[in-house]
Design a protein around this ligand. Structure first.
Ligand SMILES: Nc1ncnc2c1ncn2[C@@H]1O[C@H](COP(=O)(O)OP(=O)(O)O)[C@@H](O)[C@H]1O
Ligand SMILES: CCCC(=O)OP(=O)(O)O
Length: 360
């Protein structure tokens, strides 16, 4: 039997929609959300109607009928840390993803949309390799304050898919390889993939690690506390400032790497300086993660949208090539990974993971 799948992938700057017939992409399209259209939404979930309308309009334009799908698959959401695999989206999963405890990200809207469309048209809704995984080594979980535990909230789907692709391309076994993978998009996360397990990674959503296109990354904590109590911002505004309006967006007012490159080419020293700083912070994070694996690194793998940005990639290579060979896999294959994950359970090659049982 042929399965027709609707794939939804919500990023911070875009909504990717695709239709697959089994493992063949019939079409995949990325809807870019101009910053001026989404900057006004304080909470990501406030974009629900806006993103739903964009998806439905695109499906209509493509002549797709929702009744014709066998499954809807969305990336997400920020739930309790669980093992990798394909999960049926449940009410509990949606509630956990939207409570804010495990991070906040537009992929939570994707899960809700997949679930709601699934309920309306009686189609199962799945998610694959959720962004919150439970493989962190014991030392990595400590934050420095007992009431705050570090969790892994990151682009797990693309991390794993790209790491596996690197291993296939190089004829090595993922379960035997030590890789540093840096996913570089709206958020930047750098992870230690040690023998197939992700044992440490910066939290891409919570002011941790390098600054990124729209995230602040690590901040001097004392100054941050003063800003929180300055009376200038509410709690929600501060949360959105570090995750959604920080990093490159705060410094340069854009999250578009190509736009930043144009500014650099036209002699904009500020754009050049901020870009160099972002590359510096990514390199520093890679150095730290190299220590996590005691320097035994087979390769450093750079991936996601900023992998297309040669100027930026070269700045990182200059600093980290001494650690291990650097391989660049620009873009991500999240859409295909979502489709393949759903197919594995539809074909019964793998069991459907039960989130409600795994989570407390
Ligand atoms: N050739 C390029 N040069 C510079 N930046 C690029 C290039 N291609 C893509 N980008 C940038 O990559 C970013 C998008 O990365 P992506 O991983 O898709 O982000 P997200 O999924 O978090 O929205 C955008 O800033 C885009 O401008
Ligand atoms: C919870 C998803 C992690 C993330 O930060 O994804 P994007 O960089 O695609 O926004």
């Amino acid at each position: 039997m042929n399965y027709r799948l609707l794939i939804i992938n919500m990023g911070s700057t875009s909504t990717k929609v695709g239709v697959y017939s089994d493992d063949t992409a019939l079409w995949v399209q990325s809807i870019t959300h101009p910053r001026e259209e989404i900057a006004g939404y304080l909470h990501f979930m406030d974009q629900y109607e806006y993103r739903m309308e964009a998806i439905l309009a695109l499906l209509k334009e493509k002549g797709e009928r929702l009744e014709a799908f066998h499954a809807i698959v969305s990336r997400g959401g920020t739930i309790q840390p669980v093992r990798g695999g394909t999960y049926k989206i449940t009410g509990k999963m949606l509630a956990d993803s939207q409570c804010g405890r495990y991070g906040d990200h537009p992929c939570n809207i994707g899960g809700q949309i997949a679930y709601d469309l699934g309920q309306k048209y009686n189609i199962p809704a799945f998610t694959v390799d959720p962004p919150v995984c439970n493989e962190m080594c014991e030392e990595a979980v400590y934050s420095g304050l007992p009431e705050i535990e570090r969790i892994a909230s990151f682009q797990a789907l693309n991390h794993r898919a790209t790491a596996r692709k690197y291993c296939r391309d190089h004829g090595v076994d993922y379960a035997e390889t030590h890789l540093i993978v840096a996913h570089m998009g709206g958020g930047i996360t750098v992870a230690a993939h040690e023998k197939g397990k992700i044992i440490d990674v910066n939290n891409g959503l919570a002011g941790d690690g390098p600054f990124a296109l729209e995230r602040s990354g690590d901040l001097p904590v004392g100054e941050l506390i003063k800003l929180c109590y300055s009376g200038r911002y509410t709690q929600d505004e501060m949360l959105r400032r570090v995750n959604g309006r920080g990093g490159m967006a705060a410094y340069l007012g854009t999250v578009d790497g190509q736009e930043v490159q144009r500014r650099i080419d036209s002699g904009d020293k500020r754009a050049e300086s901020v870009t160099r700083a972002m590359a510096y912070q990514v390199s520093k994070e890679i150095g730290g993660i190299a220590a996590v694996m005691k320097g035994r690194i087979d390769a450093i793998v750079l991936t996601a949208g900023l992998g297309y940005w040669d100027y930026f990639v070269n700045l990182i290579k200059e600093r980290v090539s001494f650690i291990a060979p650097v391989a660049v896999y620009p873009g991500e294959n999240e859409m295909e990974s979502l489709a393949l994950g759903a197919l594995r359970v539809l074909h019964r090659e793998e069991p459907i993971q039960n989130y409600d049982e795994q989570s407390a």
